[in-house]
Design a protein around this ligand. Structure first.
Ligand SMILES: Cc1cc2nc3c(=O)[nH]c(=O)nc-3n(C[C@H](O)[C@H](O)[C@H](O)COP(=O)(O)OP(=O)(O)OC[C@H]3O[C@@H](n4cnc5c(N)ncnc54)[C@H](O)[C@@H]3O)c2cc1C
Length: 338
């Protein structure tokens, strides 16, 4: 039996009962139906999951359909329909090569196109929800194809209707609407603006924006690389907590806080972790807090899933103890509790 460690960026996880690789929509649906009522786990790139050392007692379906359909016209821009299994960053690169704008700040995020709407991936001030028009899925409960418009996807910060209904919808294809153009959307992230030498709110060349994002990501170990153990992670392990104004007011002034339209406040998980006693490079067994980015928990080489879970628990408990805020995992936990 193959260990799932082979399929995840954290490189941990025990065996699955069965693993199937599917590369067309018909194969995806056939594999789901064949599994019947037994548990299934969909894996795209495996870059946002922590799988237990015991593995997964069911069928793992690895999706690699990478169909591409494009309709382009000068008025409405490019409508691109992409198979769920396409590599996300290859897709971003292709859109830029073809002269389309919109995805540049999401450069370098690992994983597949099909997983992008699940947690509404985002980085450097933008989220994929801004550009998705439709998501075509297979509804396991109704046993039929269901296509969601953007509004029906329930997109939110690192969340969606799909994530709220785990296991029910398998993403088959995602449709994007992109602009034709050489300039980015307004740069809204200070660090990126500084890197590009522009003011906040200004635009920059799409190609330069991508290059700057890739450089920033590499400097934080947030670009997957075999040679950089800091990138043997699942990205940010925790989401930035959203708290009441009252809770936010109790935090020190130095804590980065972003007010939301609904009156609540988003707080930096990285700041909370670092200021409650967990530091870059801290280790539990083979698990290590990234030496470049405190929010990424990594495999330093021989970690088990239990080591990573223990490190996550420690960081989360310290934040709770010091600031009274409970961090939520951004990473999908498969048979693991923290
Ligand atoms: C170094 C590094 C940096 C990262 N940086 C970022 C970042 O900046 N921003 C960000 O948002 N994320 C980031 N991530 C997290 C990750 O890249 C994204 O969440 C990505 O979308 C996961 O894609 P994947 O194909 O690897 O998903 P997987 O890990 O394979 O799956 C993630 C979840 O989605 C489900 N899933 C996958 N494919 C499908 C499908 N077709 N249909 C239904 N469910 C599906 C899985 O069952 C699982 O629950 C980072 C990860 C790493 C390792």
């Amino acid at each position: 039996m193959t260990n799932l460690a082979k399929y995840t960026s954290l490189r941990v996880g025990g065996p699955a009962k069965k693993v199937v690789q599917v590369s067309t929509e018909a194969q995806i649906i056939a594999a789901i139906e064949e599994a019947g009522d037994s548990p299934i786990l969909i894996i795209g790139g495996g870059t946002n999951m922590l799988v237990s050392d015991k593995g997964f007692d069911g069928t793992v379906i690895r999706i690699s359909n990478n169909s591409v359909q494009a309709e382009v016209d000068a008025c409405s821009g490019a409508t691109l329909t992409i198979g769920a299994g396409e590599n996300w960053d290859n897709f971003v690169q292709t859109t830029i090569d073809r002269g389309y704008a919109g995805l540049e700040t999401l450069s370098g995020i690992p994983g597949t196109v099909g997983a992008a709407p699940i947690q509404n991936i985002g980085a450097y001030g933008h989220e994929v929800a801004e550009l998705i028009t439709r998501v075509r899925t297979y509804d396991r409960e109704a046993r039929e194809i269901k296509t969601f418009t953007n509004a029906e996807c329930g997109f939110n910060y690192r969340n969606s209707y799909f994530k709220e209904n785990p296991g029910r919808y398998v993403v088959l294809e995602v449709q994007f609407q992109l602009r034709i153009g050489e300039f980015s959307d307004p740069i809204t992230y200070l660090e990126l603006a500084k890197k590009l030498g522009v003011e906040l709110g200004d635009k920059a060349a799409v190609k330069e924006t991508r290059a700057a994002v890739l450089e920033l990501r590499a400097s934080k170990g947030m670009l997957l690389s075999q040679d950089d153990h800091d990138s043997w992670s699942a990205g940010s392990f925790f989401t930035n907590p959203i708290v009441s104004q009252q809770q936010a007011d109790q935090l020190p002034n130095a804590a980065p806080k972003w007010p939301l339209l609904d009156g609540r406040v988003k707080v930096s998980a990285a700041w909370l972790i670092e200021n409650s006693g967990t530091h870059k490079g801290d280790e539990v067994g083979g698990a290590r807090v990234s030496t470049k980015h405190v929010l990424a928990l990594t495999n330093s080489g021989n970690a088990t899933a239990a080591d990573i879970a223990e490190l996550a628990k420690r960081a989360r408990n310290q934040v709770k103890e010091v600031f009274g805020i409970t961090l939520e995992a951004e990473v999908n936990l498969v048979g693991v509790e923290i």
